[in-house]
Design a protein. Structure first.
Length: 112
C-alpha cells in the first residue's frame, strides 16, 4: 500500500510538470508549416501545437487514471504500472483526436 501512495504522488508530480513538456514541433511539423499556403501557415502552426498539447495532456491524464484505478483495485505494483501504461496509451489516442476542433481539422486537411 505504501508503494501505491508513492506512485500516486509521482503521478501527481508528472501532471503538474505537463506544461513543460509541450510546445515544441519536430522537423516534420516544421516542414509541413513551410509547405502550407502562406495565408494558412500561422493556422497550421497553431493547430499542430494545439493537437500536440492535447495528445500530451491525454497521455498524462490517462496514465494517472489507469494507475489510480489499478491502485484502488488493490493491484500489486506491477499491475498498477501496467494499468498506468494502458491508460497512457488510451489517453494519447483520445487526446490526439480531441486536441483540435473542426476548424483545425479543415486547415490541417487542406495543408497536408
Amino acid at each position: 500500500m505504501k508503494t501505491a501512495k508513492i506512485f500516486a504522488a509521482l503521478v501527481g508530480v508528472s501532471v503538474v510538470a505537463t506544461p513543460v513538456m509541450a510546445a515544441s514541433l519536430n522537423s516534420g511539423d516544421r516542414a509541413r508549416i513551410a509547405r502550407a499556403a502562406p495565408k494558412d501557415r500561422d493556422d497550421v502552426r497553431y493547430c499542430l501545437l494545439k493537437g500536440k498539447k492535447g495528445r500530451d495532456k491525454g497521455t498524462v491524464i490517462g496514465a494517472a487514471g489507469g494507475a489510480g484505478v489499478g491502485a484502488l483495485a488493490g493491484g500489486s505494483l506491477g499491475e498498477t504500472l501496467l494499468a498506468g501504461a494502458a491508460g497512457a496509451v488510451a489517453g494519447r489516442v483520445i487526446g490526439k483526436s480531441e486536441g483540435t476542433d473542426s476548424a483545425c481539422d479543415r486547415v490541417l486537411a487542406r495543408n497536408r
